[in-house]
Ligand binder design. Structure first.
Ligand SMILES: Cc1ncc(COP(=O)(O)O)c(C=O)c1O
Length: 388
């Protein structure tokens, strides 16, 4: 029996429901946008929090070494990346850490490479911190696999280019970057003294036979040149705990990053998050495997249904529970496409254009839902496509 439970989150304060009216103008649309799951957070996490609450004082605490060690063990076991305790620090948010790293390792007016399409805060963190975006378009090859173009990337670099924001695995296109791809990217960055900020929050939602490779694990030089951002939010469906970690091996980079963190004074995090984090990494391995099996089945169901419809092209993601639907053959503009999904299919998805120019004509569907919800959503979509 599955060790996880599907939860109907309507009526809870889940963002995917509470923002429906604002985003889609409808309270009835099936929300399949924000990247969390309709699956109960592992029981061991809930128990750890309940147990902590038996102590009546919830004062300041710092994260225990044992919590960091639980994550180090997980990352070593799953990704073969051996991390030292002193490289890790707490962060309340991967996105906030991206902002901190941008400020720590570049100056106003410097350029930051961002691949388009990508998770929208990548753009806003660069812009809002007064840096310049260098947009590197990801393009699909003949098999529909998204690739970056290393020669083009080289030609985009100028003396002001200081950082690369890497999304690995990639949201929204679902790529797990291969050893060769990461090596080529790393080489260019090392040649031009460009620091790498690698957001690896999706690294545990990877489908066989793909394997996530932390770019920092490729060589000593890349280890010294990279800031790796990881967290349990996606892996164990516990984004509401606002807890993640930053891994910086280079003492020099770590000192610069820590200075930024002190300026912000975000502290050491919440007591309940600390225990939740440790128990997830230590005890939720089987839960995670079963969730992966479920997501694999859902991914297959989308493929099966959409092969019947030539107007939406779907390539199974190598990672993430996000389906990147190529709807260009429908011949609709972006707002018409959004309206089609909301009003004809009854689905609230993330518009591709919100991930950048290269996302025009695409929609992103979160399939970390129950089989029944997904079946229903795909039936609605199939009917809307037939009527279109
Ligand atoms: C690539 C990526 N990075 C970061 C986040 C959010 O991380 P946090 O909530 O820790 O800021 C998300 C959430 O969807 C994401 O997809």
């Amino acid at each position: 029996m599955d060790r996880f439970r599907y939860i109907d989150r309507s009526g809870s304060n889940a963002e995917k429901y509470t923002l429906r009216k604002k985003l889609f103008g409808s309270e009835t649309v099936e929300p399949m946008w924000v990247a969390d799951m309709d699956i109960a957070t592992p029981e061991c996490v809930i128990h750890a929090v309940q147990e902590r609450l038996l102590h009546p004082v919830l004062g300041y605490e710092i994260m225990r070494d044992s919590a960091f060690e639980a994550q180090m063990q997980w990352v070593n076991d799953h990704h073969g990346f051996s991390i030292k305790r002193e490289w890790l620090s707490y962060s309340p948010s991967v996105v906030a850490s991206i902002g901190c790293a941008i400020r720590a390792f570049s100056e106003a007016g410097d350029e930051v490479i961002v691949m388009d399409p990508v998770y929208p805060p990548f753009y806003s963190q660069v812009r809002n911190n007064g840096r310049q975006l260098i947009l590197h378009p990801l393009k699909q090859d003949r098999e529909g696999k998204y690739r970056f173009d290393i020669d083009m990337l080289r030609s985009q670099i100028t003396p002001k280019t200081k950082l690369l924001l890497l999304c690995s695995p990639h949201n929204p296109v679902g790529r797990v970057w291969s050893h060769n791809e990461l090596e080529a990217l790393g080489e260019v960055c090392l040649e031009h003294n460009i620091r790498i900020i690698s957001d690896e929050i999706h690294s545990d939602i990877v489908y066989a036979p793909y394997r996530h490779i932390p770019i920092a694990s490729l060589s000593l030089e890349l280890l010294e040149n990279t800031v790796t951002l990881m967290g349990p939010g996606k892996t164990f469906n516990m984004a509401g705990f606002s807890i993640s970690t930053v891994c910086i091996a280079s003492e020099e980079l770590r000192a610069a990053y820590d200075e930024e963190v002190h300026r912000l004074h975000w502290g050491e995090g919440a007591v309940l998050s600390h225990v939740a984090f440790e128990s997830a990494y230590r005890e939720a391995g089987e839960w995670h495997q079963e969730v992966m099996a479920h997501l694999t089945r859902n991914r297959k169901m989308i493929e099966r249904v959409l092969t019947d419809h030539s107007t939406i092209v779907f390539h199974k993601p190598e990672a993430t529970y996000l389906a990147w639907l190529d709807c260009r053959a429908l011949g609709m503009g972006n707002s018409e496409l959004r309206d089609f999904f909301v009003h004809k299919a009854g689905l609230g998805l993330s518009p591709g254009l919100s991930f950048g120019r290269e996302g025009s004509g695409f929609m992103r569907l979160n399939f970390a839902v129950s089989t029944a919800v997904l079946e229903n959503a795909l039936t609605g979509l199939s009917k809307a496509l037939r009527d279109a």
